[in-house]
Write a protein that binds this ligand. Structure first.
Ligand code: SF4
Ligand code: FES
Length: 201
C-alpha cells in the first residue's frame, strides 16, 4: 500500500493509503471528538461529531474524519469556524434527546452548545449504534438492533436472545455515550420475560 502525504492543522502527516483522517490526526497527537467510534468496531459515521474541513485542490468540504480516507496533498482543518459551528449544532440536536449525558455536556461546554436550543425529546439515545455494532461485531450475538426508520428509529433488545445472552455480558453498557442506564433500562424491559430467562444455579 502506498504512503500518502497530507497536511492536518498545518502539520505534515504521512499515512498509509486507506487510513482515515481521524487515525492520521491521532498519529500526530491531534484530537478530534468522536461519539460513535470504538477501536474494536468498523467505523460507522453516524454521529458526525468528528466533522473536519478537508480541502483538495479547489474543493473544500466538511467530512466525517472517522470514515473519510486520507488523500494526497489534502489540507485538513480539525478546528475552524465552520467545523465548530457544525459540532455545536450537532450537539444541540443530540442534547435534545439525551440532556443528561455527561459526555455530551462536556462537549457542549467546549463548543458553546445551548442544551435548550431544541425542544427536549428525551429518548436517551443518540442512535450512535455502538451497542448494536458491539453486540454484532464483537460478541456475534445480535441481541440488540435498530427498529423502525426516520424519527421513529430506536434501539431494541431482542428478548429471546437478550434473555439468554445479556445477563452474563452487559459489555455494551459502558460504551453508551448518553447513559449506561439507558441500555440497562432497555435490557431490563427485554428481560421482563421471566420464562425466557436461563435458570440461575
Ligand atoms: S443506547 Fe447508547 S450506545 Fe446504543 S445506540 Fe443509543 S446512544 Fe448509542
Ligand atoms: S465519530 Fe465519526 S461519525 Fe461518529
Amino acid at each position: 500500500m502506498s504512503e500518502i502525504v497530507l497536511q492536518i492543522d498545518g502539520k505534515e502527516v504521512v499515512a498509509v493509503e486507506g487510513t482515515s483522517l481521524l487515525e492520521a490526526a491521532q498519529s500526530i497527537g491531534i484530537k478530534i471528538p468522536t461519539l460513535c467510534r470504538n477501536e474494536k468496531l468498523k467505523s460507522y459515521g453516524a454521529c458526525r461529531i468528528c466533522v473536519v474541513e478537508a480541502e483538495t485542490g479547489s474543493r473544500k468540504r466538511l467530512v466525517a474524519a472517522c470514515v473519510y480516507p486520507v488523500e494526497k496533498n489534502m489540507v485538513v482543518r480539525t478546528r475552524s469556524e465552520k467545523v465548530d459551528m457544525t459540532r455545536k449544532m450537532l450537539l444541540e440536536e443530540m442534547l435534545a434527546h439525551a440532556p443528561d449525558s455527561e459526555e455530551l455536556k462536556k462537549l457542549a461546554e467546549e463548543y458553546g452548545a445551548d442544551s435548550g436550543r431544541f425542544e427536549k425529546e428525551p429518548s436517551f439515545c443518540i442512535l450512535c449504534g455502538l451497542c448494536v455494532r458491539y453486540c454484532a461485531e464483537v460478541k456475534r450475538k445480535d441481541a440488540i438492533g435498530f427498529i423502525d426508520r426516520g424519527a421513529k428509529r430506536e434501539i431494541s433488545f431482542i428478548p429471546e436472545i437478550a434473555a439468554e445472552e445479556c445477563w452474563a455480558c452487559k459489555e455494551c453498557f459502558p460504551l453508551c455515550p448518553t447513559s449506561a442506564l439507558q441500555a440497562a433500562y432497555v435490557l431490563t424491559e427485554a428481560l421482563a420475560f421471566p420464562d425466557l430467562r436461563p435458570k440461575q444455579e
